[in-house]
Ligand binder design. Structure first.
Ligand SMILES: [Zn+2]
Length: 185
């Protein structure tokens, strides 16, 4: 059976990870979407394991170690973006993979990015490469998604809305399911 690790980035009290007015904490978005993705994937018969905990900011090394020990088939880290610490016009959705990521990682990233952009109708910032620990230290396809900017007034409002969280989660779960059934497993 396919096992997917879903990672809600950061923790409930992680410093700085919030909108400029403090109304939105990044973890509240990340973890709400993770809960929904889990629900949708279970309906598809996929096993879901969380890398995060609701009460604490699990260190990145513990998250990647758990993924490697559990031998999950993919690691999907959910985030909301920020550009600087004040309101500005940076906007849209982007997905990251490791610079030397496998074709399977890229395929998963492209499916999620396209699915999110079309479901959420936001600017497509594309699939990008970055040396992030959760991408580098995981021994399976790994992607990190940024579902909109907390530093953009319009997107911060969206990120707080249940309807937007459901849109994101459905798009992510749809893409993961498509990736699983494209012959990977
Ligand atoms: Zn983040």
């Amino acid at each position: 059976m396919t096992k997917i690790m879903i990672d809600a980035g950061h923790g409930p009290d992680t410093a700085g990870k919030r909108s400029p007015d403090g109304a939105l904490r990044e973890f509240s978005f990340n973890s709400a979407v993770a809960d929904l993705v889990k629900q949708y994937l279970i309906e598809e018969g996929v096993t879901v394991i969380f890398a995060h905990k609701e009460q604490e900011d699990v260190p990145l090394a513990a998250r990647t170690k758990l993924a490697n020990n559990m031998k999950v088939d993919a690691f999907v880290s959910i985030h909301a973006n920020a550009f600087g610490g004040d309101w500005n016009n940076a906007n849209g959705i982007e997905t990251f993979i490791y610079p030397t990521a496998s074709k399977e990682s890229y395929a998963l990233a492209a499916l999620i990015q396209n699915s999110l952009v079309s479901a959420c109708n936001r600017t497509d910032r594309g699939v990008k490469k970055a040396d992030y620990a959760v991408l580098r230290d995981t021994r399976m396809p790994a992607v990190l998604l940024e579902c909109g900017f907390m530093t953009n007034r319009e997107e911060a409002l969206l990120l707080m809305k249940k309807t937007y969280r459901i849109q994101c989660a459905k798009a992510i779960a749809f893409a993961i399911t498509a990736w699983i059934y494209r012959g990977k497993k």
